[in-house]
Ligand binder design. Structure first.
Ligand SMILES: Cc1cc2nc3c(=O)[nH]c(=O)nc-3n(C[C@H](O)[C@H](O)[C@H](O)COP(=O)(O)OP(=O)(O)OC[C@H]3O[C@@H](n4cnc5c(N)ncnc54)[C@H](O)[C@@H]3O)c2cc1C
Length: 367
């Protein structure tokens, strides 16, 4: 089996296929070259609907723990998510978002903070223009530790590692394998087009920008994201602004902080947004969220720009393609760090047994 793309999806799927007895080649990487490598790595296990798929997502924390028990450190740590809002936000929209949280089917414990309580609980954010926040239980996966742990596990299981497959060589490579799984994130659609195949209609991508502040002393265990997150809303609408900005903060890979994120919906795969303006935009977010941290105290500042796949109905795209059943998809996630660990074993099992009813019942087979 050939797995194309070694981000979160490709690596966890390759592990499951190898555990199931398949001979596996995993092409691509390192993880830092894709979206997974500069992700906040938060596990929104409580974000699903009141259905079988939502209940499967709620098992993501247990699944990550089981993976760590089996393979050693994969970067998992317990965290908290703060969904914050500011005085400038529309009070009716804030109230609606808070009542949606209060009725989440998985009933995660929640705690509302005032601005003063937030500043006391996380002094790094002291003085930030926040009107309040709701705290939810969260897990975080550090992408740098995940990469290290998962590569060791893949090597122990005998998974062959190879470089990214060149588009021109792809048709010939596919002739040499029983099945291939496209786990190439934002590049999945163009990969299928190069093979003369039609990508699923729901598959899209946006360009994300995030700043990494590489000063370990700036560490914080929390992940802060806007309650009225613009990206998810924009992904659900056919039109809308080309750029949305979500002022978020998360622990950075191997220390420091990540600050972001911009999402661009009008750029081609070959054309990331202009980096200088992007860095300035994100520096404004850093100054807004960390008003007492001088720029000189932020350490080395690097801009990461990554194309990220999503699907227009917020459900992942996985399983065999309708016009070529030897090629499978595993991409288009919304909350990948909750979805991938619970879906990878089901996809691997279905591929190895040729039995798709479980995934079909979840409503996530390639639509
Ligand atoms: C700033 C930011 C914050 C985020 N925060 C969260 C969060 O808190 N929680 C969450 O769940 N999600 C989050 N996400 C989204 C999440 O990171 C992605 O959905 C997820 O990482 C996608 O994983 P993937 O393996 O599908 O894709 P990727 O990680 O993009 O991996 C695809 C890989 O395929 C490779 N590739 C491309 N072409 C080829 C080829 N021809 N051959 C071989 N390989 C190829 C690419 O180089 C890449 O390495 C965030 C994203 C960003 C950008």
């Amino acid at each position: 089996m050939l797995v194309l793309g070694a981000g979160l999806a490709g690596t966890l799927l390759a592990l499951e296929l190898a555990e199931g007895g398949a001979q596996v080649e995993l092409a691509g990487g390192p993880m830092v070259s894709g979206a997974s490598g500069c992700s906040y790595g938060g596990v929104p296990w409580w974000a699903g609907a009141d259905d079988a798929f939502g209940r499967l997502l709620a098992a993501a924390p247990a699944r990550w723990s089981a993976l760590q028990d089996r393979y050693g450190d994969l970067g998992l740590s317990s965290s908290q998510l703060w969904l914050h809002w500011s005085a400038a936000d529309d009070p009716a929209a804030v109230a609606a978002a808070r009542s949606a949280l209060a009725t989440l089917p998985q009933r995660p414990a929640q705690h509302a903070f005032s601005a003063a309580e937030l500043w006391r609980a996380e002094p790094l954010l002291a003085g930030t223009d926040l009107a309040g926040a709701v705290q939810l239980p969260y897990l975080q996966v550090d992408p740098a530790r995940l990469q290290q742990g998962v590569e060791q596990a893949l090597a122990r299981l005998g998974v062959e590692r190879s470089a990214a497959v060149d588009a021109a060589a792809l048709p010939q490579r596919l002739e040499q394998v029983d099945a291939a799984v496209v786990c190439a994130g934002a590049f999945s659609g163009s990969m299928l087009q190069q093979l003369g195949l039609t990508p699923p209609g729901q598959l899209r991508f946006s360009w994300a920008g995030v700043l990494q502040l590489e000063r370990p002393e700036l560490s914080s265990p929390i992940i802060a994201m806007p309650l009225l997150g613009a990206r998810r809303q924009r992904e659900l609408t056919a039109g809308g602004p080309p750029l949305v900005l979500d002022p978020g903060l998360a622990p950075g890979p191997a220390g420091g902080l990540l600050v972001g994120q911009t999402s661009w919906f009008d750029q081609g795969l070959e054309h990331p947004p202009e980096p200088q303006a992007e860095e300035q935009r994100l520096m404004a977010v850093a100054r807004q969220l960390l008003p007492h941290v001088a720029v000189a105290a932020m350490g080395r500042i690097s801009l990461h720009q990554r194309a990220v796949a999503y699907s227009t109905d917020q459900l992942p795209l996985l399983g065999p393609l309708q016009d070529c059943s030897a090629i499978h998809m595993f991409t288009g996630f919304s909350g990948a760090f909750a979805q991938v660990p619970v879906l990878a074993p089901l996809l691997a099992g279905a591929m190895l047994r040729g039995e798709w009813s479980e995934l079909s019942d979840l409503g996530v087979l390639c639509r």
